[in-house]
Design a protein around this ligand. Sequence first.
Ligand code: SME
Length: 153
Amino acid sequence: MPFPHINPLLKSVDAIISELDSRDDILQKVSELLSEKVEHYNWVGFYIVDESGTNLILGPYVGAATDHVKIAFGKGICGQVAVSQMSRIIQDVSLEDNYLSCSSNVQSEVVFPIMKDDKFVAELDIDSHAISPFTELDTELLEAICEKLAGLF
Ligand code: SME
């Protein structure tokens, strides 16, 4: 399946944001949308910075249950993004040393930070069962979604 058109997906995200009231409901619906529309997205979810500002707490997600419900800054791909506040695109997780495995089916992963007024508040994490599936289209889509979601924090 080719990569879906980005603009209709962004319009759907706008509609979700305007129609739902709670942040968790919005993040859940956006997770569902992405997992339905993009074939290589097998786990889609959010990690949110806790009050201490040193841990990530698992938020709404779609996909297999994960043991990683709380991740310290610096641990795994998610924790590294929390420290660097820069996105990571991992085309082959087997090449990563600092990686927290959720399932042996996962071969690749992307994590995008959600920045509110230059402050790191959360991140979007996507796992794929495909190897090297990510292109600049994923980046364009996911960066735009993270910008839209920043207003919820
Ligand atoms: N693989 C992530 C952990 C989160 S799961 O993918 C849901 C990591 O290395 O940080």
